[in-house]
Design a protein around this ligand. Structure first.
Ligand code: ATP
Ligand code: MG
Length: 565
Protein backbone atom coordinates (compact mmCIF):
# COMPACT_ATOMS: atom_id res chain seq x y z
CA UNK A 1 0.00 0.00 0.00
CA UNK A 2 2.68 2.46 1.11
CA UNK A 3 4.86 1.63 -1.83
CA UNK A 4 2.01 2.00 -4.25
CA UNK A 5 1.24 5.58 -3.19
CA UNK A 6 4.87 6.49 -3.65
CA UNK A 7 5.28 5.15 -7.15
CA UNK A 8 1.91 5.75 -8.76
CA UNK A 9 0.73 9.24 -9.62
CA UNK A 10 -2.85 10.37 -9.58
CA UNK A 11 -4.16 11.96 -12.77
CA UNK A 12 -3.62 15.49 -11.50
CA UNK A 13 0.00 14.79 -10.72
CA UNK A 14 0.42 13.33 -14.19
CA UNK A 15 -0.90 16.57 -15.70
CA UNK A 16 1.45 18.63 -13.53
CA UNK A 17 4.39 16.40 -14.40
CA UNK A 18 3.89 16.88 -18.10
CA UNK A 19 3.21 20.63 -17.76
CA UNK A 20 6.50 21.02 -15.93
CA UNK A 21 8.33 18.77 -18.37
CA UNK A 22 7.01 20.75 -21.33
CA UNK A 23 8.05 23.96 -19.63
CA UNK A 24 4.48 25.30 -19.51
CA UNK A 25 5.13 26.45 -15.96
CA UNK A 26 8.36 26.73 -14.03
CA UNK A 27 6.80 26.04 -10.68
CA UNK A 28 3.27 25.40 -9.59
CA UNK A 29 0.75 27.39 -7.58
CA UNK A 30 -2.57 26.01 -6.30
CA UNK A 31 -5.31 27.57 -4.25
CA UNK A 32 -8.32 26.78 -2.09
CA UNK A 33 -11.12 29.19 -3.03
CA UNK A 34 -13.99 28.96 -0.53
CA UNK A 35 -17.04 31.12 -0.69
CA UNK A 36 -17.46 32.49 2.85
CA UNK A 37 -21.10 31.41 3.11
CA UNK A 38 -20.87 28.59 5.64
CA UNK A 39 -18.57 26.35 7.60
CA UNK A 40 -16.17 24.01 5.84
CA UNK A 41 -16.88 20.30 5.89
CA UNK A 42 -14.97 17.08 5.29
CA UNK A 43 -15.38 17.48 1.52
CA UNK A 44 -13.63 20.83 1.65
CA UNK A 45 -10.86 19.21 3.69
CA UNK A 46 -10.22 16.96 0.73
CA UNK A 47 -9.89 19.94 -1.57
CA UNK A 48 -7.68 21.82 0.90
CA UNK A 49 -5.32 18.93 1.50
CA UNK A 50 -5.20 18.06 -2.19
CA UNK A 51 -4.24 21.59 -3.20
CA UNK A 52 -1.84 22.09 -0.33
CA UNK A 53 -0.33 18.64 -0.77
CA UNK A 54 0.40 19.26 -4.44
CA UNK A 55 2.06 22.60 -3.74
CA UNK A 56 4.19 21.00 -1.06
CA UNK A 57 5.12 18.01 -3.18
CA UNK A 58 6.26 20.14 -6.11
CA UNK A 59 7.88 22.87 -4.02
CA UNK A 60 5.24 25.33 -5.18
CA UNK A 61 2.82 27.68 -3.48
CA UNK A 62 -0.62 27.29 -1.99
CA UNK A 63 -2.97 30.25 -1.61
CA UNK A 64 -6.08 30.66 0.50
CA UNK A 65 -8.43 32.89 -1.42
CA UNK A 66 -11.92 33.84 -0.42
CA UNK A 67 -14.19 33.80 -3.41
CA UNK A 68 -16.25 36.65 -2.05
CA UNK A 69 -17.67 38.11 -5.24
CA UNK A 70 -21.28 37.49 -4.25
CA UNK A 71 -22.26 39.98 -1.54
CA UNK A 72 -25.59 38.42 -0.54
CA UNK A 73 -24.65 35.43 1.53
CA UNK A 74 -21.21 36.22 2.83
CA UNK A 75 -20.33 36.80 6.44
CA UNK A 76 -17.13 37.61 8.30
CA UNK A 77 -17.98 34.92 10.85
CA UNK A 78 -17.45 32.39 8.08
CA UNK A 79 -14.20 34.02 6.97
CA UNK A 80 -12.80 33.60 10.47
CA UNK A 81 -13.93 30.02 10.87
CA UNK A 82 -12.56 29.03 7.46
CA UNK A 83 -9.14 30.51 8.21
CA UNK A 84 -9.05 28.66 11.52
CA UNK A 85 -10.03 25.37 9.87
CA UNK A 86 -7.49 25.62 7.05
CA UNK A 87 -4.73 26.38 9.56
CA UNK A 88 -5.82 23.56 11.82
CA UNK A 89 -5.61 21.12 8.92
CA UNK A 90 -2.01 22.22 8.52
CA UNK A 91 -2.44 23.70 5.04
CA UNK A 92 0.06 26.53 5.30
CA UNK A 93 -0.78 29.45 3.03
CA UNK A 94 2.01 31.54 4.61
CA UNK A 95 1.28 35.21 3.84
CA UNK A 96 -0.94 34.39 0.89
CA UNK A 97 -4.41 35.09 2.25
CA UNK A 98 -6.36 36.72 -0.55
CA UNK A 99 -9.83 38.05 -1.19
CA UNK A 100 -11.34 38.01 -4.66
CA UNK A 101 -13.09 41.26 -3.78
CA UNK A 102 -9.69 42.96 -3.71
CA UNK A 103 -9.52 42.33 -7.44
CA UNK A 104 -12.77 44.11 -8.33
CA UNK A 105 -10.83 46.93 -10.03
CA UNK A 106 -8.91 44.50 -12.21
CA UNK A 107 -12.07 42.61 -13.03
CA UNK A 108 -13.76 45.82 -14.07
CA UNK A 109 -10.78 46.66 -16.28
CA UNK A 110 -10.85 43.19 -17.78
CA UNK A 111 -14.51 43.68 -18.65
CA UNK A 112 -13.74 47.03 -20.28
CA UNK A 113 -10.99 45.33 -22.24
CA UNK A 114 -13.43 42.74 -23.54
CA UNK A 115 -15.87 45.50 -24.57
CA UNK A 116 -13.10 47.29 -26.42
CA UNK A 117 -12.25 44.07 -28.25
CA UNK A 118 -15.87 43.69 -29.26
CA UNK A 119 -16.13 40.63 -27.02
CA UNK A 120 -18.68 41.88 -24.53
CA UNK A 121 -21.90 43.88 -24.68
CA UNK A 122 -24.45 45.44 -22.38
CA UNK A 123 -27.79 43.66 -22.63
CA UNK A 124 -31.20 44.98 -21.57
CA UNK A 125 -33.06 41.70 -21.68
CA UNK A 126 -34.62 40.63 -18.40
CA UNK A 127 -33.32 37.54 -16.62
CA UNK A 128 -36.34 35.65 -17.88
CA UNK A 129 -35.82 36.74 -21.47
CA UNK A 130 -32.17 35.80 -21.31
CA UNK A 131 -33.22 32.34 -20.20
CA UNK A 132 -35.71 32.07 -23.06
CA UNK A 133 -33.15 33.21 -25.63
CA UNK A 134 -30.58 30.78 -24.33
CA UNK A 135 -32.05 27.74 -26.08
CA UNK A 136 -31.77 24.18 -24.82
CA UNK A 137 -29.39 21.27 -25.04
CA UNK A 138 -30.96 20.33 -28.36
CA UNK A 139 -31.80 23.77 -29.77
CA UNK A 140 -29.40 26.64 -30.39
CA UNK A 141 -30.00 29.96 -28.65
CA UNK A 142 -31.19 33.23 -30.18
CA UNK A 143 -29.02 36.32 -30.31
CA UNK A 144 -29.95 39.24 -28.07
CA UNK A 145 -31.27 42.30 -29.94
CA UNK A 146 -28.66 44.31 -28.00
CA UNK A 147 -25.78 42.16 -29.17
CA UNK A 148 -24.64 44.54 -31.89
CA UNK A 149 -24.40 47.72 -29.89
CA UNK A 150 -21.33 49.75 -30.75
CA UNK A 151 -18.22 49.55 -28.62
CA UNK A 152 -18.68 53.20 -27.61
CA UNK A 153 -22.26 52.65 -26.53
CA UNK A 154 -21.27 49.54 -24.56
CA UNK A 155 -18.46 51.41 -22.81
CA UNK A 156 -20.80 54.20 -21.85
CA UNK A 157 -23.57 51.90 -20.65
CA UNK A 158 -21.16 49.73 -18.65
CA UNK A 159 -19.78 52.82 -16.97
CA UNK A 160 -23.31 53.91 -16.20
CA UNK A 161 -23.94 50.49 -14.68
CA UNK A 162 -20.93 51.02 -12.45
CA UNK A 163 -22.08 54.50 -11.52
CA UNK A 164 -25.38 53.25 -10.20
CA UNK A 165 -27.64 54.59 -12.91
CA UNK A 166 -29.70 51.42 -13.25
CA UNK A 167 -31.86 49.34 -11.03
CA UNK A 168 -30.90 45.78 -10.10
CA UNK A 169 -31.55 43.52 -13.06
CA UNK A 170 -32.13 46.35 -15.56
CA UNK A 171 -28.92 45.65 -17.45
CA UNK A 172 -26.15 43.07 -17.51
CA UNK A 173 -22.82 42.77 -19.26
CA UNK A 174 -22.52 39.63 -21.38
CA UNK A 175 -19.61 37.98 -23.09
CA UNK A 176 -20.11 37.83 -26.86
CA UNK A 177 -19.23 34.25 -27.73
CA UNK A 178 -21.59 31.96 -29.62
CA UNK A 179 -25.34 31.54 -29.20
CA UNK A 180 -25.20 28.36 -31.26
CA UNK A 181 -22.52 26.68 -29.18
CA UNK A 182 -23.41 23.14 -28.11
CA UNK A 183 -22.16 24.20 -24.67
CA UNK A 184 -24.82 26.39 -23.09
CA UNK A 185 -22.21 28.06 -20.88
CA UNK A 186 -20.75 29.61 -24.03
CA UNK A 187 -24.00 31.17 -25.20
CA UNK A 188 -23.17 34.79 -24.38
CA UNK A 189 -22.97 34.24 -20.61
CA UNK A 190 -23.66 37.10 -18.22
CA UNK A 191 -20.39 38.32 -16.71
CA UNK A 192 -21.49 41.37 -14.68
CA UNK A 193 -24.77 42.22 -13.01
CA UNK A 194 -26.18 45.26 -11.24
CA UNK A 195 -26.73 44.65 -7.52
CA UNK A 196 -27.11 47.54 -5.11
CA UNK A 197 -25.75 45.69 -2.13
CA UNK A 198 -23.14 46.28 0.52
CA UNK A 199 -20.16 43.98 0.44
CA UNK A 200 -18.40 42.76 3.61
CA UNK A 201 -15.04 43.95 2.26
CA UNK A 202 -15.68 46.72 -0.26
CA UNK A 203 -18.75 48.20 1.43
CA UNK A 204 -20.77 50.38 -0.97
CA UNK A 205 -17.99 51.00 -3.46
CA UNK A 206 -19.55 48.74 -6.05
CA UNK A 207 -23.08 48.27 -7.29
CA UNK A 208 -22.05 45.87 -10.04
CA UNK A 209 -20.61 42.48 -9.27
CA UNK A 210 -18.86 39.95 -11.54
CA UNK A 211 -20.31 36.48 -12.08
CA UNK A 212 -18.39 33.46 -10.85
CA UNK A 213 -17.40 32.14 -14.29
CA UNK A 214 -15.85 35.45 -15.21
CA UNK A 215 -14.30 36.28 -11.84
CA UNK A 216 -12.74 32.95 -11.01
CA UNK A 217 -10.28 32.63 -13.91
CA UNK A 218 -9.25 36.24 -13.41
CA UNK A 219 -8.60 35.62 -9.71
CA UNK A 220 -6.49 32.61 -10.58
CA UNK A 221 -4.57 34.47 -13.27
CA UNK A 222 -3.87 37.50 -11.06
CA UNK A 223 -2.39 35.27 -8.37
CA UNK A 224 -0.31 33.24 -10.79
CA UNK A 225 -2.20 30.07 -10.01
CA UNK A 226 -1.08 27.39 -12.44
CA UNK A 227 -3.46 24.53 -11.67
CA UNK A 228 -6.94 25.58 -10.68
CA UNK A 229 -8.45 22.47 -9.18
CA UNK A 230 -12.20 22.28 -8.77
CA UNK A 231 -14.97 19.71 -8.64
CA UNK A 232 -16.66 17.98 -11.57
CA UNK A 233 -19.69 20.23 -11.84
CA UNK A 234 -17.39 22.84 -13.38
CA UNK A 235 -16.21 20.61 -16.20
CA UNK A 236 -18.68 22.17 -18.67
CA UNK A 237 -17.54 25.61 -17.58
CA UNK A 238 -13.92 24.97 -18.55
CA UNK A 239 -14.27 26.29 -22.12
CA UNK A 240 -15.54 29.56 -20.66
CA UNK A 241 -12.70 29.61 -18.14
CA UNK A 242 -10.22 29.21 -20.99
CA UNK A 243 -12.04 31.81 -23.07
CA UNK A 244 -11.79 34.41 -20.29
CA UNK A 245 -8.07 33.95 -19.63
CA UNK A 246 -7.38 33.96 -23.36
CA UNK A 247 -9.49 37.00 -24.26
CA UNK A 248 -8.40 39.07 -21.29
CA UNK A 249 -4.91 38.12 -22.35
CA UNK A 250 -2.97 36.68 -19.45
CA UNK A 251 0.58 35.71 -20.18
CA UNK A 252 0.65 32.57 -18.06
CA UNK A 253 -2.87 31.20 -18.27
CA UNK A 254 -3.94 28.97 -15.40
CA UNK A 255 -5.41 25.58 -16.18
CA UNK A 256 -8.61 24.20 -14.71
CA UNK A 257 -8.65 20.57 -13.62
CA UNK A 258 -11.71 18.80 -12.21
CA UNK A 259 -11.99 15.93 -9.74
CA UNK A 260 -14.90 14.14 -8.09
CA UNK A 261 -16.39 15.49 -4.88
CA UNK A 262 -16.06 13.50 -1.72
CA UNK A 263 -19.34 12.15 -0.42
CA UNK A 264 -19.88 10.23 2.79
CA UNK A 265 -22.63 7.64 2.78
CA UNK A 266 -25.59 8.53 5.01
CA UNK A 267 -23.95 11.71 6.24
CA UNK A 268 -25.39 15.21 5.97
CA UNK A 269 -22.99 17.74 4.44
CA UNK A 270 -25.33 20.20 2.72
CA UNK A 271 -25.15 23.68 4.19
CA UNK A 272 -28.90 24.09 3.85
CA UNK A 273 -29.64 21.05 6.00
CA UNK A 274 -27.01 21.77 8.60
CA UNK A 275 -28.28 25.33 8.90
CA UNK A 276 -31.74 23.96 9.56
CA UNK A 277 -30.46 21.56 12.23
CA UNK A 278 -28.64 24.45 13.89
CA UNK A 279 -31.59 26.84 13.70
CA UNK A 280 -34.06 24.30 15.04
CA UNK A 281 -31.74 23.57 17.96
CA UNK A 282 -31.48 19.90 17.01
CA UNK A 283 -27.72 20.25 17.13
CA UNK A 284 -25.57 22.44 19.31
CA UNK A 285 -24.17 24.74 16.61
CA UNK A 286 -22.13 24.17 13.44
CA UNK A 287 -19.54 22.39 15.54
CA UNK A 288 -21.88 19.84 17.10
CA UNK A 289 -19.79 16.65 17.28
CA UNK A 290 -22.39 14.74 15.27
CA UNK A 291 -21.77 16.86 12.19
CA UNK A 292 -18.90 16.59 9.74
CA UNK A 293 -17.99 20.23 9.47
CA UNK A 294 -14.29 20.59 10.15
CA UNK A 295 -15.11 22.47 13.35
CA UNK A 296 -17.34 19.57 14.43
CA UNK A 297 -14.74 16.93 13.62
CA UNK A 298 -12.17 18.87 15.63
CA UNK A 299 -14.55 19.16 18.57
CA UNK A 300 -15.37 15.48 18.30
CA UNK A 301 -11.64 14.74 18.67
CA UNK A 302 -10.51 14.01 15.13
CA UNK A 303 -6.93 15.06 14.42
CA UNK A 304 -5.55 16.74 11.29
CA UNK A 305 -3.41 13.63 10.81
CA UNK A 306 -6.46 11.37 10.78
CA UNK A 307 -8.17 13.54 8.19
CA UNK A 308 -5.06 13.55 6.03
CA UNK A 309 -4.95 9.76 6.24
CA UNK A 310 -8.61 9.59 5.29
CA UNK A 311 -8.19 11.87 2.30
CA UNK A 312 -5.18 9.85 1.15
CA UNK A 313 -7.13 6.62 1.41
CA UNK A 314 -10.01 8.08 -0.59
CA UNK A 315 -7.68 8.99 -3.44
CA UNK A 316 -8.41 11.38 -6.27
CA UNK A 317 -10.65 10.40 -9.13
CA UNK A 318 -12.95 11.63 -11.85
CA UNK A 319 -15.83 9.35 -10.97
CA UNK A 320 -18.38 10.18 -8.33
CA UNK A 321 -18.49 7.79 -5.38
CA UNK A 322 -19.42 7.72 -1.76
CA UNK A 323 -17.20 6.66 1.09
CA UNK A 324 -18.27 5.00 4.31
CA UNK A 325 -17.97 6.95 7.56
CA UNK A 326 -16.35 3.82 9.02
CA UNK A 327 -13.24 4.64 7.01
CA UNK A 328 -12.94 7.97 8.78
CA UNK A 329 -13.31 6.13 12.09
CA UNK A 330 -10.62 3.69 11.06
CA UNK A 331 -8.26 6.61 10.45
CA UNK A 332 -8.76 8.23 13.83
CA UNK A 333 -8.30 4.90 15.62
CA UNK A 334 -5.08 4.32 13.73
CA UNK A 335 -3.84 7.79 14.55
CA UNK A 336 -4.61 7.69 18.27
CA UNK A 337 -3.70 4.08 18.93
CA UNK A 338 -0.06 4.62 19.83
CA UNK A 339 -0.15 8.31 20.66
CA UNK A 340 -2.67 8.58 23.43
CA UNK A 341 -2.88 7.19 26.96
CA UNK A 342 -5.36 4.46 27.86
CA UNK A 343 -7.15 4.80 31.14
CA UNK A 344 -10.11 3.43 32.96
CA UNK A 345 -13.53 5.02 33.13
CA UNK A 346 -16.81 3.36 34.01
CA UNK A 347 -19.76 4.50 31.95
CA UNK A 348 -22.53 2.49 33.61
CA UNK A 349 -21.28 1.94 37.15
CA UNK A 350 -22.24 -0.64 39.72
CA UNK A 351 -20.41 -0.94 43.03
CA UNK A 352 -18.04 -3.79 43.79
CA UNK A 353 -16.89 -4.32 47.39
CA UNK A 354 -13.83 -6.39 48.22
CA UNK A 355 -14.77 -7.88 51.57
CA UNK A 356 -11.24 -8.93 52.55
CA UNK A 357 -9.54 -5.65 51.63
CA UNK A 358 -8.69 -3.23 54.51
CA UNK A 359 -11.44 -0.65 55.02
CA UNK A 360 -9.56 2.62 54.64
CA UNK A 361 -6.61 1.52 52.61
CA UNK A 362 -5.77 3.02 49.23
CA UNK A 363 -2.80 1.60 47.40
CA UNK A 364 -1.31 3.12 44.27
CA UNK A 365 -0.61 0.70 41.46
CA UNK A 366 1.86 1.48 38.70
CA UNK A 367 0.19 0.93 35.37
CA UNK A 368 1.41 1.67 31.86
CA UNK A 369 -0.31 4.51 30.08
CA UNK A 370 -0.35 2.60 26.81
CA UNK A 371 0.54 -1.08 26.78
CA UNK A 372 1.53 -0.93 23.12
CA UNK A 373 3.70 2.12 23.57
CA UNK A 374 5.83 2.02 26.73
CA UNK A 375 7.34 5.38 25.80
CA UNK A 376 4.25 7.10 27.12
CA UNK A 377 5.29 6.00 30.61
CA UNK A 378 3.35 4.97 33.68
CA UNK A 379 0.58 6.30 35.82
CA UNK A 380 -0.53 5.68 39.39
CA UNK A 381 -3.90 4.04 39.73
CA UNK A 382 -5.46 4.08 43.19
CA UNK A 383 -7.02 0.80 44.34
CA UNK A 384 -9.28 0.34 47.35
CA UNK A 385 -11.97 -1.73 48.98
CA UNK A 386 -14.81 -0.16 47.02
CA UNK A 387 -14.67 0.03 43.26
CA UNK A 388 -16.96 0.71 40.35
CA UNK A 389 -17.22 -1.70 37.48
CA UNK A 390 -19.45 -1.72 34.39
CA UNK A 391 -22.90 -3.07 35.09
CA UNK A 392 -22.64 -5.31 32.04
CA UNK A 393 -19.52 -6.95 33.47
CA UNK A 394 -21.63 -8.77 36.05
CA UNK A 395 -24.41 -11.27 35.45
CA UNK A 396 -26.43 -13.22 37.93
CA UNK A 397 -27.22 -15.95 35.41
CA UNK A 398 -24.56 -15.80 32.73
CA UNK A 399 -24.93 -17.50 29.37
CA UNK A 400 -22.24 -19.88 28.13
CA UNK A 401 -18.93 -18.25 27.27
CA UNK A 402 -19.53 -15.29 29.57
CA UNK A 403 -16.16 -14.95 31.25
CA UNK A 404 -16.74 -11.85 33.30
CA UNK A 405 -18.11 -11.68 36.85
CA UNK A 406 -20.87 -13.97 38.13
CA UNK A 407 -21.37 -15.67 41.44
CA UNK A 408 -18.44 -17.98 42.11
CA UNK A 409 -16.36 -16.79 39.16
CA UNK A 410 -12.95 -15.18 39.33
CA UNK A 411 -11.73 -12.41 36.99
CA UNK A 412 -8.75 -10.13 36.71
CA UNK A 413 -9.20 -6.47 37.58
CA UNK A 414 -7.10 -4.77 34.96
CA UNK A 415 -3.68 -3.80 36.32
CA UNK A 416 -4.62 -4.98 39.85
CA UNK A 417 -5.70 -8.32 41.38
CA UNK A 418 -7.89 -11.33 40.77
CA UNK A 419 -11.26 -11.04 42.49
CA UNK A 420 -13.86 -13.73 43.02
CA UNK A 421 -17.56 -12.96 43.32
CA UNK A 422 -18.95 -14.22 46.62
CA UNK A 423 -22.38 -12.54 46.72
CA UNK A 424 -24.45 -9.65 45.42
CA UNK A 425 -27.39 -7.47 46.43
CA UNK A 426 -30.45 -6.40 44.48
CA UNK A 427 -33.07 -3.73 45.02
CA UNK A 428 -36.84 -4.31 44.91
CA UNK A 429 -36.90 -3.86 41.16
CA UNK A 430 -34.35 -6.63 40.76
CA UNK A 431 -31.53 -4.29 39.83
CA UNK A 432 -28.11 -5.30 41.14
CA UNK A 433 -26.89 -2.68 43.62
CA UNK A 434 -23.70 -4.15 44.99
CA UNK A 435 -21.37 -7.02 44.18
CA UNK A 436 -19.21 -8.60 46.85
CA UNK A 437 -15.88 -10.18 46.10
CA UNK A 438 -12.74 -11.38 47.76
CA UNK A 439 -9.34 -10.64 46.34
CA UNK A 440 -6.17 -12.70 46.34
CA UNK A 441 -3.10 -10.56 47.25
CA UNK A 442 -0.83 -13.13 45.54
CA UNK A 443 -2.27 -12.28 42.14
CA UNK A 444 -1.11 -8.69 41.99
CA UNK A 445 -0.47 -7.57 38.45
CA UNK A 446 3.23 -7.45 37.62
CA UNK A 447 4.18 -9.74 40.51
CA UNK A 448 4.86 -12.66 38.20
CA UNK A 449 2.03 -14.73 39.65
CA UNK A 450 1.45 -17.86 37.56
CA UNK A 451 -0.53 -19.98 40.01
CA UNK A 452 -3.75 -20.04 37.99
CA UNK A 453 -5.41 -18.32 35.08
CA UNK A 454 -8.66 -16.49 34.63
CA UNK A 455 -10.48 -15.93 31.36
CA UNK A 456 -11.94 -12.50 31.97
CA UNK A 457 -10.33 -9.11 32.56
CA UNK A 458 -12.50 -6.14 33.44
CA UNK A 459 -11.80 -2.48 34.09
CA UNK A 460 -12.69 -0.61 37.25
CA UNK A 461 -12.29 2.68 39.10
CA UNK A 462 -11.73 3.04 42.86
CA UNK A 463 -14.77 4.74 44.37
CA UNK A 464 -13.09 6.92 46.95
CA UNK A 465 -10.65 8.65 44.62
CA UNK A 466 -12.79 8.68 41.48
CA UNK A 467 -13.28 11.88 39.53
CA UNK A 468 -16.73 12.32 38.01
CA UNK A 469 -17.24 13.20 34.39
CA UNK A 470 -20.02 13.63 31.90
CA UNK A 471 -19.64 11.36 28.92
CA UNK A 472 -21.43 11.78 25.60
CA UNK A 473 -21.93 8.93 23.21
CA UNK A 474 -22.90 9.54 19.62
CA UNK A 475 -24.59 7.75 16.80
CA UNK A 476 -25.20 9.00 13.29
CA UNK A 477 -27.66 11.88 13.36
CA UNK A 478 -29.36 10.14 10.44
CA UNK A 479 -31.37 6.97 10.86
CA UNK A 480 -29.35 4.87 8.45
CA UNK A 481 -31.92 2.13 8.16
CA UNK A 482 -34.20 4.58 6.36
CA UNK A 483 -31.71 6.65 4.34
CA UNK A 484 -30.93 10.33 4.66
CA UNK A 485 -34.14 11.94 3.43
CA UNK A 486 -37.84 11.41 3.95
CA UNK A 487 -40.25 11.56 1.04
CA UNK A 488 -41.00 15.22 1.72
CA UNK A 489 -37.27 16.04 1.56
CA UNK A 490 -36.84 16.43 5.32
CA UNK A 491 -34.03 14.65 7.14
CA UNK A 492 -34.56 11.22 8.64
CA UNK A 493 -33.27 11.89 12.11
CA UNK A 494 -32.05 9.23 14.51
CA UNK A 495 -33.61 9.96 17.94
CA UNK A 496 -30.67 8.22 19.65
CA UNK A 497 -27.88 10.22 18.08
CA UNK A 498 -26.84 11.63 21.47
CA UNK A 499 -26.65 9.84 24.82
CA UNK A 500 -25.45 11.78 27.85
CA UNK A 501 -24.07 9.84 30.81
CA UNK A 502 -23.61 11.85 33.97
CA UNK A 503 -21.28 11.25 36.92
CA UNK A 504 -19.20 8.55 35.32
CA UNK A 505 -16.34 7.58 37.64
CA UNK A 506 -12.95 8.02 36.00
CA UNK A 507 -9.39 7.62 37.25
CA UNK A 508 -7.97 10.65 39.05
CA UNK A 509 -4.94 10.52 36.74
CA UNK A 510 -7.12 12.22 34.15
CA UNK A 511 -6.94 15.44 36.07
CA UNK A 512 -4.12 15.12 38.54
CA UNK A 513 -1.09 16.68 36.94
CA UNK A 514 1.13 15.28 39.65
CA UNK A 515 0.33 11.72 38.73
CA UNK A 516 0.73 11.92 35.02
CA UNK A 517 3.20 13.89 33.00
CA UNK A 518 0.87 15.09 30.35
CA UNK A 519 -2.55 15.40 31.89
CA UNK A 520 -4.93 14.94 28.98
CA UNK A 521 -7.64 17.19 30.28
CA UNK A 522 -7.45 20.18 28.05
CA UNK A 523 -9.97 21.01 25.39
CA UNK A 524 -9.62 18.68 22.39
CA UNK A 525 -7.29 16.31 24.22
CA UNK A 526 -8.07 12.71 23.68
CA UNK A 527 -7.62 9.48 25.54
CA UNK A 528 -8.68 5.89 25.24
CA UNK A 529 -11.12 4.68 27.87
CA UNK A 530 -10.16 1.03 27.89
CA UNK A 531 -12.76 -1.21 26.26
CA UNK A 532 -14.99 1.83 25.53
CA UNK A 533 -13.30 3.77 22.77
CA UNK A 534 -11.48 7.01 22.22
CA UNK A 535 -12.81 10.12 23.91
CA UNK A 536 -12.00 13.79 23.67
CA UNK A 537 -12.41 16.62 26.16
CA UNK A 538 -15.25 18.78 24.88
CA UNK A 539 -13.98 22.24 24.06
CA UNK A 540 -17.25 24.06 24.65
CA UNK A 541 -18.74 22.54 27.76
CA UNK A 542 -15.84 21.09 29.72
CA UNK A 543 -14.58 22.90 32.83
CA UNK A 544 -11.65 22.01 35.01
CA UNK A 545 -14.03 20.92 37.75
CA UNK A 546 -16.68 19.51 35.41
CA UNK A 547 -15.21 17.38 32.69
CA UNK A 548 -17.18 16.52 29.60
CA UNK A 549 -15.93 13.85 27.21
CA UNK A 550 -17.15 13.16 23.68
CA UNK A 551 -16.76 9.68 22.32
CA UNK A 552 -14.80 10.03 19.10
CA UNK A 553 -15.15 6.42 18.13
CA UNK A 554 -15.61 3.03 19.73
CA UNK A 555 -12.84 0.45 19.59
CA UNK A 556 -14.59 -2.12 17.47
CA UNK A 557 -14.77 -1.76 13.76
CA UNK A 558 -16.17 -3.64 10.85
CA UNK A 559 -14.05 -1.59 8.48
CA UNK A 560 -11.18 -3.32 6.71
CA UNK A 561 -8.60 -1.51 4.70
CA UNK A 562 -9.00 -2.47 1.05
CA UNK A 563 -6.19 -4.71 -0.19
CA UNK A 564 -3.65 -3.04 -2.44
CA UNK A 565 -3.94 -4.24 -6.04
P1 ATP B 1 -21.17 23.01 -0.54
O1 ATP B 1 -22.03 23.02 -1.75
O2 ATP B 1 -20.98 21.66 0.06
O3 ATP B 1 -21.50 24.02 0.46
P2 ATP B 1 -19.41 24.56 -2.12
O4 ATP B 1 -18.91 23.94 -3.36
O5 ATP B 1 -20.51 25.51 -2.23
O6 ATP B 1 -19.73 23.40 -1.07
P3 ATP B 1 -17.24 26.37 -1.92
O7 ATP B 1 -16.89 27.27 -0.82
O8 ATP B 1 -17.79 26.96 -3.18
O9 ATP B 1 -18.27 25.30 -1.35
O10 ATP B 1 -16.06 25.39 -2.29
C1 ATP B 1 -14.71 25.63 -2.08
C2 ATP B 1 -13.93 24.55 -2.76
O11 ATP B 1 -14.20 23.29 -2.15
C3 ATP B 1 -14.31 24.39 -4.22
O12 ATP B 1 -13.13 24.29 -4.97
C4 ATP B 1 -15.12 23.13 -4.26
O13 ATP B 1 -15.01 22.50 -5.49
C5 ATP B 1 -14.50 22.32 -3.12
N1 ATP B 1 -15.47 21.36 -2.58
C6 ATP B 1 -16.70 21.61 -2.13
N2 ATP B 1 -17.32 20.49 -1.73
C7 ATP B 1 -16.44 19.47 -1.94
C8 ATP B 1 -16.48 18.05 -1.75
N3 ATP B 1 -17.58 17.45 -1.26
N4 ATP B 1 -15.39 17.33 -2.06
C9 ATP B 1 -14.29 17.94 -2.55
N5 ATP B 1 -14.19 19.26 -2.77
C10 ATP B 1 -15.24 20.03 -2.47
MG1 MG C 1 -20.26 27.15 -3.70
Amino acid sequence: MEEKTVVSRNFIEQIIDSDLAEGKYETICTRFPPEPNGYLHIGHAKSILLNYGLAKKYGGKFNLRFDDTNPTKEKTEFVDSIIADVKWLGADFEDRLFFASNYFDQMYEAAVKLIKKGKAFVCDLSAEEIREYRGTLTEPGKESPYRNRSIEENLELFENMKNGMYEDGAKVLRAKIDMASPNINMRDPVIYRVAHMSHHNTGDKWCIYPMYDFAHPIEDAIEGVTHSICTLEFEDHRPLYDWVVREVGYEHPPKQIEFAKLYLTNVVTGKRYIKKLVEEGIVDGWDDPRLVSIAALRRRGFTPESIQMFVDLCGISKSQSSVDYAMLEYCIREDLKMKRPRMMAVLDPVKLVIDNYPEDQIEYLDVELNLENPELGMRKVPFGRELYIEREDFMENPPKKYFRLFPGNEVRLMGAYFVKCVSFEKDEAGKVTEIHCTYDPETKSGSGFTGRKVKGTIHWVAAKTAVRATVRLYENIIDESKGVYNEDGSLNLNPNSLTVLNDCPIEPAFVDAKLIETPPCHAYDSVQFVRQGYFCVDAKDSREDALVFNRIVSLKSSFRLPKAE
